[in-house]
Design a protein around this ligand. Structure first.
Ligand code: ATP
Length: 446
């Protein structure tokens, strides 16, 4: 399959099956904004739940936070964002398209033709700084005294709450504060589907350590982050660690390693998440420090920051899971001998865990199947489907990554058993209805 078309196929599947579509599409959409439909919201919730479980609930040293999106503007002044959270923007004098200066400098057309517009070859303006924070006004008067910003990252809210949280939870270094939430950036060139949007979600941890331990914790967080992605199903071959060179580092960072995914666009590899050693830059900027109660030593902790995008992770999981099987993968009774799509999402991430399918729409079967579906709903996201042939219904479920399909047939009325089909192995097991919930729980756990 030519790589360039995988994205198009995924975008079309995402829309057709209710994962993701352009926001406000009825009115032509709004560039850089996306809506997550019924299956998209389940997928995103599953990603966030898995990350939170791994990095907050299962550890004793990380606590959570859900801070406000619109923050006191002083936070962004002190953090340096008002002054420096900017991209260099250039504009084509002919077609008026705008570009990030960095993108132009790295583009193939730049290498070939010098500094020209990649779209029309026109002359480009000098670059100028463009602050990518979204501004808003708080209260009824729209003047400079009421300006506030939509947070461009979740990190700063963590720093400014450092002391309050440390005291309330009686935390001792090393410890971390995690937050999942929306961030907003007025990106000059949003694109590549949900890879770069103007409204997105981040999963971030600020992990506070003694300055002498920073390297050890930095390495530990790089390893733990990489492991989470592979545990959740990303193929190791599609992931790599890229250490930023000195000249690429943000002004606050001592070291940064990006975990990159082999996306099917641009140069292939692009940042999925970053792990930065932010030193004491942020706590210093906000005038915060730490005192060890036992040794009475006072110091400004260093901060290790693993920062991942939920939407970018969702895109990587979807791309990695997307598979087309030529000529069909199903048995002869199910087969349509056409290309079939299977979304081999990790079971924990799959939006729907189980589909209940009566063999036919006959009342005898559908009433049993509906009862089964409604009892399974207490435990799993369950879909009921009685429309179209059983083969088509299997394919519909494969396409959205449902790990298990439960079929109710005429024998079920006699032997009180159903057939459970596994998405990946296509193995079919005959299971007593009374044991179905336990069976699925076990299968989804392993
Ligand atoms: P990039 O270089 O791609 O612009 P960044 O280095 O500015 O990313 P960070 O500020 O480190 O990104 O943000 C952490 C994570 O948040 C990124 O690794 C990415 O997963 C996600 N992210 C950042 N910007 C966007 C965006 N515009 N749309 C979607 N996700 C984003």
């Amino acid at each position: 399959m030519p790589e360039t078309t995988v994205m198009d196929k995924l975008i079309s599947l995402a829309k057709r099956r209710g994962f993701i579509f352009p926001s406000g599409e009825l009115y032509g959409g709004l560039q850089g904004f996306w809506d997550f439909g019924p299956l998209g919201v389940e997928l995103k919730n599953n990603i966030k739940r898995s990350w939170w479980k791994r990095f907050v609930q299962e550890r004793g040293d990380v606590v959570g936070l859900d801070a406000a999106i619109v923050t006191n503007p002083k936070v962004w002044e002190k953090s340096g964002h008002v002054e420096g959270f900017a991209d260099e923007l250039v504009e084509c004098k002919k077609c008026h398209h705008r570009f990030k200066a960095d993108d132009i400098a790295n583009s193939e057309s730049h290498m070939a033709n010098g500094r020209k517009c990649p779209d029309c070859g026109g002359e480009l303006t000098q670059s100028r700084k463009f602050n990518t924070m979204f501004k808003t006004f708080v209260g009824p008067v729209e003047d400079s005294s009421s300006v506030a910003y939509m947070r461009p990252e979740t990190a700063q809210n963590i720093f400014v709450n450092f002391d309050t949280i440390r005291q309330s939870m009686r935390l001792k270094i090393p410890f971390g504060i995690a937050q999942i939430g929306k961030a907003f950036r007025n990106e000059i060139t949003p694109g590549n589907f949900i890879f770069r949007s103007r409204e997105f979600e981040q999963m971030e941890i600020e992990y506070f350590v003694h300055p002498k331990d920073d390297e050890k914790w930095f390495e530990a967080w790089v390893a733990a982050s990489h492991t989470w992605f592979t545990d959740m199903g990303l193929k190791a071959d599609n992931l790599r660690k890229y250490e930023q060179k000195k000249e690429e580092l943000a002004h606050y960072a001592k070291r940064t390693i990006d975990i990159e995914y082999k996306f099917p666009f641009e140069k292939g590899w692009a940042e999925l998440m970053g792990i930065a050693n932010r030193t004491d830059y942020d706590l210093k900027a906000h005038g915060l420090k730490y005192r060890d109660e036992v040794s009475t030593e006072e110091f400004i902790p260093y901060v290790i920051e693993p920062s991942a995008g939920v939407d970018r992770a969702a895109l990587a999981f979807l791309l990695d899971a997307y598979q087309e099987v030529e000529g069909g993968r199903t048995t002869t009774t199910e087969s349509n001998k056409e290309k079939e799509i299977v979304l081999r999402l990790h079971k924990e991430l799959a939006p729907v865990k189980v589909a209940v399918l009566p063999l036919s729409k006959k009342e005898q079967l559908s009433s049993v199947a509906k009862d089964i579906a409604s009892s399974l709903r207490n435990k799993f996201v369950t879909m009921y489907d009685e429309i179209a042939s059983i083969g088509r219904r299997y394919r519909r479920q494969d396409e959205i990554g449902t790990p298990f399909c439960v079929t109710v047939d005429f024998d079920s009325l006699e032997d009180k058993k159903v057939t459970v089909r596994d998405r990946d192995t296509m193995k079919q097991d005959r299971i007593p209805i009374a044991e179905l919930e336990d069976y699925l729980t076990e299968q989804l756990r392993t």
